[in-house]
Design a protein around this ligand. Structure first.
Ligand SMILES: Cc1cc2nc3c(=O)[nH]c(=O)nc-3n(C[C@H](O)[C@H](O)[C@H](O)COP(=O)(O)OP(=O)(O)OC[C@H]3O[C@@H](n4cnc5c(N)ncnc54)[C@H](O)[C@@H]3O)c2cc1C
Length: 533
């Protein structure tokens, strides 16, 4: 089978992809979910802390959540967009509970609300410390039982098909996508609407909290199809990833600091008081930069996150999963401090869209981390991304339902994948070499602290790598590794170019040559025509 027709093609099976699929199927549309690995491998699955939303209206308010979001975002947020997401929070929690998601409750039956860095009130709805696992397992169960939803696991979306590419019609709209199977066959999928729910791009950096699927595919796919990106330089580094020789990417949730964890240097001294009035509860950009500064100044490999002043019974109850992971690494957080380092965690920028995920290409919607709505500004407030993913999923589904067109069929066939002249590669080493180079280059030159010289150096290297990959791409049969590498390189270029464009330090973007904020607050935008490929 090399052709498939569906009402809606959903690319990605994280929170946004699964939730949107359920809303669409419930309203009668046929949905095809394409996902790179097993259905439950995604950033969403690994989320620990929870979903930020106002629940306790006696103590908290929408205005306080909005203010905290804008404070963390350093003013780059779009206030109307922040308002949009914050007000939809309580409704989204109810929708998720109605689907069967079990959030943690207190003895009196009310939702248990956690606190995290940057929040001035307790408003993080969570399922113990495995919120993402709970969300994804419930949504997955629903999706696999729904007869209107087809799931293709271990399938990788390559590129979108837009009508501009094969008809003379004046209106450009999305018509489907090319999808690579695990066996190496490329299938042409015709769809009336496409939702890109492909998540972020943590793998562009050497150290990241993200799973291997986070290679920025959706951003690259959308950009190549003609959707501009915004604020790609705003890469959030999580301050506390477990420092361990073998266990990489173990994230130690913000909630640990939220509940009273203290950051210390290796010799046991506190240092956050030098960087922020909220000390260890400072927003994550401040915490990550402070740790980076202390590490470089002292030549240490890690700092410590000390939980030992908290009641061991509370730690066992509140963080059973993290406690176990640390024990697996040989660290008992009840009695000793945990060694931690910062790592790339979340992309605040992404494909430009409305808060409901509509892009400039009719029929093409985006949701979740792949998107740039204006919610996060220059730094995401902890636990606002699951909120964004869920609210966008619902909004995008409504948008698709309202504007949906019938997908093209065999009568007006889409162009098939052209493999003329390509051969199987016997040089896999090129993929591996370029993959490593990009990730080292981004970590060393485009990391937590940047400078004009380092950014220019990074751009030169990334351009050379991209040139090599482009030649390779058109001559050899596509594989998943090659597709990911091509996407990773494009996303790296977008991050570097955006970082060069921003001549100030704001939020998570810190450039030693431009340490101050400009009075004019602007998004950094890049359009597809501005790049060579
Ligand atoms: C360790 C960790 C902890 C976190 N904790 C929190 C938290 O407590 N609260 C919070 O708000 N946020 C948290 N975040 C961030 C949050 O989890 C993500 O931003 C959010 O889950 C993104 O959801 P998504 O649906 O956009 O993408 P994802 O959940 O990342 O899903 C992306 C999906 O797209 C698929 N995919 C990608 N490319 C392709 C392709 N080419 N073809 C087919 N499929 C593709 C992937 O396989 C995956 O299924 C955390 C992130 C991490 C990594």
């Amino acid at each position: 089978m090399q052709f498939k027709r569906t009402d809606v093609l959903v690319i990605g099976s994280g929170l946004s992809g699964l939730f949107a699929s359920l809303v669409l199927a419930e309203r009668g549309l046929k949905v095809l979910i394409v996902t790179k690995e097993d259905i439950d491998i995604s950033n969403s699955h690994f989320a620990q802390g929870g979903i930020a939303t106002v629940i306790d209206f006696d103590q908290d308010s929408f205005q306080k959540h909005i203010d905290d979001t804008v404070t963390a975002g350093d003013g780059l947020n779009r206030r109307d967009v922040v308002d949009h997401f914050v007000r939809r929070g309580p409704g989204i929690i109810e929708s998720l509970r109605a689907l069967g998601v079990q959030f943690s409750t207190r003895g009196d039956g009310h939702l248990d609300l956690g606190c995290e860095g940057g929040h001035t009130e307790r408003r993080v709805v969570h399922a113990g410390d495995i919120t993402g696992t709970e969300l994804i397992s419930v949504l997955k169960d629903r999706v696999v039982k729904d007869r209107r939803i087809t799931i293709w696991q271990h399938h990788t979306a390559i590129d979108l098909i837009t009508t501009r590419k094969f008809t003379l019609s004046a209106e450009n709209r999305v018509a489907g996508a090319y999808v690579l199977t695990q066996e190496g066959v490329v299938i042409t999928v015709a769809a009336g609407s496409v939702l890109l729910a492909t998540g972020g791009c943590g793998k562009v950096y050497l150290y990241t909290s993200n799973p291997d699927v986070a290679t920025g595919d959706g951003i690259a796919i959308g950009f190549r199809a003609g959707v501009p990106v915004a604020n790609m330089e705003m890469v959030q580094f999580h301050p506390t990833i477990l420092y361990h020789e073998k266990m990489r990417s173990v994230l130690l949730s913000e909630a640990l600091r939220g509940e009273g964890g203290i950051l210390k240097t290796r010799d046991g001294r506190t240092f956050m008081e030098k960087y922020h009035p909220m000390k260890s509860l400072a927003p994550r950009d401040v915490a990550a930069r402070a740790i980076d500064h202390e590490l470089k100044k002292r030549g240490d490999d890690f700092v410590l996150l000390d939980m030992t002043r908290l009641d061991p019974a509370f730690l066992e109850h509140r963080f059973p999963n993290l406690l176990k992971k640390c024990l697996d690494a040989g660290i008992d957080m009840r009695h000793e401090a945990i060694p931690v380092v910062p790592a790339a965690h979340y992309l605040c920028g992404g494909l430009q869209c409305t808060p409901d995920g509509a892009t400039c290409i009719p029929g093409l919607f985006v949701a979740g981390e792949v998107a740039h709505t204006g919610l996060h500004g220059a730094n995401r407030l902890a636990s606002n991304s699951l909120l964004e993913a869920a609210v966008m999923a619902q909004g995008a589904a409504e948008g698709i339902l309202a504007r949906h067109v019938v997908p093209p069929d065999e009568i007006a066939p889409l162009p098939r994948w052209n493999e003329e002249g390509v051969v199987d590669s016997d040089e896999q080493v090129i993929v591996k070499q370029n993959w490593d180079e990009i990730r080292h280059c981004m970590w060393n030159y485009v990391g937590i602290v940047r400078s004009d010289r380092r950014l220019e150096r990074a751009l030169k290297r990334i351009l050379l790598i991209r040139q090599e990959i482009t030649e390779y791409y058109w001559n050899f049969t596509v594989t998943r590794d090659l597709l990911e590498l091509r996407n990773l390189a494009l996303v790296a270029e977008l991050i570097v170019r955006s970082a060069i464009k921003r001549k100030e330090s704001r939020g998570i973007h810190y450039n030693t040559d431009h340490p101050h904020k400009l009075s004019e607050i602007r998004d950094t935008e890049l359009c597809p025509g501005e790049l060579s490929d």
